[in-house]
Design a protein around this ligand. Structure first.
Ligand SMILES: Nc1ncnc2c1ncn2[C@@H]1O[C@H](COP(=O)(O)OP(=O)(O)OP(=O)(O)O)[C@@H](O)[C@H]1O
Ligand SMILES: [Mg+2]
Length: 376
């Protein structure tokens, strides 16, 4: 798919901007702080309902404005659609498809698909497990938009179960009424059901992504690999891609039973997909804590390129966004990366310096300056 028009109102630094887009490569060039990343961040938001830079919507709304609107015209094969999201920090966001009356924001997922690589992605390698869980879950959702529902069900069940455990922990400390264990059993089953589904999808994703990540790393940093992706589950070492959903459910229930005493003491859910990690290995060492800065950067890029290959291979081709990538690379790697991504259906690139964008990526160019986006 590709975006044919992007329109923003009160989004970040933009009061209003209209950006017509072609398939192929488009580069946004301009000095620091002019609004290049803001443009691609908006495209990414349509694909994930979140920003790659901030975890809340408030900073996305132009300072002083009440709400932001992101609108995009999207073409996939013969089909064109118009998607619109209105961001209302502190209140529910609103969505429309083809100007029709409102749909849930979640219903928009799958229309715009992106793989976005940005400097923030270094946190995938160096950061907390939560960064890698988000990476997995966003990709799981890009493969199968209905997983957005499973993820939010999981969050909800987890929150309610934690509330129950917390009140049990309080009651225990203050000699109050003890917890009705049958209630907890019911929550275990809920958590087990949605948790097993999420686990199954993550495990399947990792198995599919592994060879692609290894290949992408070899492309980005020749001879520097191999890379391995290993799921480390709080549920236990036996959790693996060969397990059926039913087995994963049983394992999750068993693991919950095993920690129940501690959970009631501490008032929090100790096992489940929310406590898991993706261990990124590089030459048989964990990249986190061992890999150099350049290696970590190449690794993060390889994970994104692998994601791109995976989604491409599964049908609807995503838009590839490369935010500030080329300045980090030496000339040879720059050329390699450019050759790799040049055939993409739509590639959006940002760069502070135009010369950093390799010549193979000839395409449309926009100058971005003080919130004005002008075609060159
Ligand atoms: N909510 C907001 N309201 C108004 N301005 C904002 C808001 N959020 C960010 N900005 C402004 O947007 C600008 C940053 O834009 P952006 O991140 O797109 O820059 P960039 O062109 O990508 O720069 P760089 O080359 O440094 O990456 C900053 O000057 C910032 O002050
Ligand atoms: Mg930027």
């Amino acid at each position: 798919m590709h975006v044919t028009h992007l329109s923003l109102a009160d989004f970040r630094s933009y009061a209003r901007v209209e950006v017509p887009l072609d398939p192929g490569v488009t580069a946004f060039v301009g000095a620091n702080g002019q609004g290049k990343t803001n443009l691609v961040e908006a495209v990414g938001y349509l694909a994930t309902l979140g920003s790659h830079r901030v975890s809340s919507d408030a900073p996305l709304v132009r300072m002083g404005a009440e709400r932001a609107v992101i609108r995009a015209a999207v073409t996939q094969g013969e089909r064109s659609q118009l998607v619109e999201l209105e961001l209302n920090p502190g209140r529910a966001n609103r969505a429309r498809i083809n100007r029709s009356s409102q749909v849930r924001p979640r219903d928009v997922l799958g229309i715009v698909r992106t793989v976005l690589f940005a400097p923030e992605d270094l946190a995938l390698v160096k950061g907390d497990p939560g960064e890698r869980r988000r990476f997995l879950d966003e990709l799981v959702t890009a493969r199968s938009p209905r997983m957005a529902g499973v993820r939010s069900d999981y969050e909800r069940v987890l929150k309610q179960r934690n509330t129950l455990l917390k009140s049990a922990a309080m009651a225990r400390r203050h000699g109050g009424r003890s917890l009705d264990l049958s209630t907890l059993d019911v929550w275990d089953q809920h958590l087990g059901q949605v948790g097993a589904e999420l686990l199954a999808q993550r495990l399947d994703l990792i198995a599919t992504l592994q060879p692609l990540a290894d290949k992408a790393y070899a492309d980005v940093a020749p001879g520097g690999g191999p890379v391995t992706l290993e799921y480390r589950s709080s549920v236990g070492a036996e959790v693996g891609p060969a397990r059926t959903r039913e087995e994963l459910y049983a394992q999750l229930i068993e693991a919950l039973a095993g920690v129940r005493k501690q959970e009631i003491e501490r008032g929090v859910t100790l096992v489940g997909p929310h406590r898991d990690d993706l261990v990124l290995g590089l030459r048989s060492m964990p990249a986190k804590g061992y890999a150099s800065h350049g290696e970590s950067w190449s690794y993060a890029l390889a994970l994104r390129l692998a994601s791109y290959e995976l989604l491409r291979g599964e049908g609807n081709e995503p838009v590839l966004v490369l935010d500030d990538v080329f300045a980090e690379l030496d000339a040879r790697r720059r050329e390699r990366l450019a050759e790799l991504v040049a055939p993409g259906e739509q590639v959006l690139v940002t760069a502070a310096v135009g010369e950093d964008v390799p010549g193979v990526l000839a395409g449309a160019r926009y100058a971005v300056s003080a919130g004005e986006v002008e075609r060159l």
